[in-house]
Write a protein that binds this ligand. Structure first.
Ligand SMILES: [Zn+2]
Length: 311
């Protein structure tokens, strides 16, 4: 365990405290880089600890495999179709796509039905098994550090809500870069730690080791050898979706963000109409989900129906 690691985004080694509790009020020390504003937990678990943790999880999973329910498949299927709409220009027709952290495989299924050649890796044995056996997509249930693909195997690598869970996101991005063909693209989505629409006491998720803003995500992608081709924060600023192109050119650093700017008051959170609008939207989403899933028997025909209705 290293008490003062250098920042993976900018190389500085001065950190300031950004938070002492997680979203559930439990102790969790988060620090911000004083130069670029990157957030991380302190201390970071090392790979050995993480490996032991996941190996233990694996054993537990084999005793009680859990798999996604139809409502989860519906939700993930709709999200996958939305992502395809947003990202289509960055996905070369018929391309080989690797999804790291494939979950139940809905994104891969949508890609396959749209003419791409997708593969996935998923840490969770239950979800990975579901993707393979129920949806019939090519998913290996293993941690990223055990996956071995030849260099240049893919035109695109996607990581949706994966990077923030990794103790070494820069190493992971460089690994993805190696798996990419020349000119290949990486697609990354992470929560936006700087979102103005986040409940101020719920900013620090206990399972997230890193917190990215648009500026720090740009920097980390640059450090890993990617030129930013696209970056946007989605609805209510909550997530950041970025596309990076594999490059050999050094990337110019983006503007730094001052540390410690994430301390909006509870008052401003509850005074914002967006807070209530979002709540209403979530409720109507749950209702729509319940109606869509009622009477459905299996995940594949549910997804086929969604894809057909989307065309
Ligand atoms: Zn930094």
């Amino acid at each position: 365990m290293n008490s003062t690691p250098t920042c993976i985004a900018c190389g500085a080694s001065d950190w300031t405290i950004a938070g002492l509790e997680d979203r559930d009020g439990k102790p969790l020390r988060s620090v911000a880089c004083e130069v670029c504003g990157l957030i991380r937990v302190d201390p970071l678990p090392d790979m050995g600890e993480l490996r032991r943790f996941y190996e233990e999880e694996y054993r537990l999973q084999y005793k009680g495999i859990r798999q996604p329910r139809l409502k989860h498949v519906y939700r993930a299927g709709r999200l996958a179709l939305d992502r395809l709409d947003t990202l289509r220009t960055h996905l070369p027709a018929g391309g080989r796509v690797l999804d790291v952290g494939a979950g139940g495989g809905e994104w891969l299924y949508v890609l396959e039905q749209s003419g791409y050649r997708p593969r996935g890796i998923e840490l969770d044995a239950g979800y990975g098994g579901f993707a393979r056996e129920v949806l019939g997509v090519d998913v290996t249930a293993c941690p990223m550090w055990e996956a071995s693909f030849s260099a240049g195997s893919f035109e695109v690598v996607t990581l949706f809500h994966v990077l923030e869970h990794l103790p070494e996101p820069l190493t992971a991005l460089r690994q993805c870069r190696e798996w990419l063909a020349d000119g290949g693209r990486i697609i990354v989505e992470v929560p936006n730690i700087g979102s103005r629409h986040q409940h101020p006491r719920k900013r620090f998720h206990p399972a997230h080791l890193y917190g990215f803003s648009p500026a720090t995500l740009r920097r980390v992608l640059g450090q890993a050898g990617f030129a930013i081709a696209f970056l946007e924060t989605g609805a209510f600023d909550r997530n950041i979706l970025a596309v990076g192109v594999k490059t050999d050119e050094p990337c110019a650093p983006s503007e730094p963000e001052p540390a410690g700017r994430y301390s909006e008051s509870l008052w401003s959170y509850y005074a914002s109409p967006a807070t209530y609008w979002r709540f209403g939207r979530r409720m109507s989403g749950l209702l729509r989900e319940a109606l869509a899933v009622a009477g459905q028997r299996d995940a594949r025909s549910l997804l086929d129906g969604l894809i057909a209705a989307h065309r």
